[in-house]
Design a protein around this ligand. Structure first.
Ligand SMILES: [Cu+2]
Length: 195
């Protein structure tokens, strides 16, 4: 009997504390979606540039290969656009050149590669098959840089301009929510997902 009461108390505390937590900044909220897992939503905390952040979950059981994506990274006005891109492992990224000068693309980090140099209007595509962070650089313009974060699972999102993110299809469990930003220490927070 005593054990039952204790367990009930824990359960009630959880139910009561969830909405309270969600109202504060950077407290992810969990929304129920029957049979398709849960949806984790939230907003990155102040001080995080939403354009340069990736939010992902650590510790979610996931076997098999995530669906490959096909994304683009442009080079325009001597800048990589976007500056930060998150993809699943096995995805392709097509690098464009929308400038009036030649650009080069090479990668350093989890994947090391050099796509060479090409003129305006042309493009080259690379498949990212190694998980981790890859710095994208141009050897013609040393000031240019971008980052591609290659993830082994689909539980991630890039925030919108207001910093809001949404990660869908998450199985119930206790995970670490990570806010990745290049060249900065990741922000981590333990979250309990149940719906
Ligand atoms: Cu360049």
């Amino acid at each position: 009997m005593k054990r039952t009461i204790t367990w009930l108390t824990v359960l009630i505390i959880n139910i009561v504390s969830m909405p309270t937590l969600s109202s504060a900044a950077h407290h992810p909220r969990v929304v129920a979606v029957p049979s398709n897992g849960c949806v984790v939503t939230g907003k990155v905390p102040a001080g995080v540039n939403p354009n340069n952040a990736v939010v992902y979950l650590e510790g979610v059981p996931f076997t098999g290969r995530p669906a490959p994506m096909h994304k683009e990274m442009d080079q325009k006005n001597l800048q990589f656009i976007p500056h930060v891109l998150a993809i699943t492992v096995g995805s392709q990224v097509t690098f464009l050149n929308s400038d009036t000068v030649n650009h080069n693309v090479f990668g350093v980090g989890a994947d090391m590669f050099d796509l060479g140099t090409w003129p305006p209007g042309r493009k080259r595509t690379k498949t990212f098959s190694r998980p981790g962070e890859v710095a994208i650089l141009c050897n013609v313009h040393p000031e240019m840089s971008a980052y591609i974060l290659v993830l082994k699972h689909p539980y991630f999102a890039q925030p919108d301009a207001l910093g809001r993110y949404k990660i869908a299809g998450v199985p119930p469990g206790t995970y670490t929510l990570v806010i990745y930003q290049p060249e900065r220490k990741p922000i981590k927070k333990k979250i309990q997902v149940g719906c």
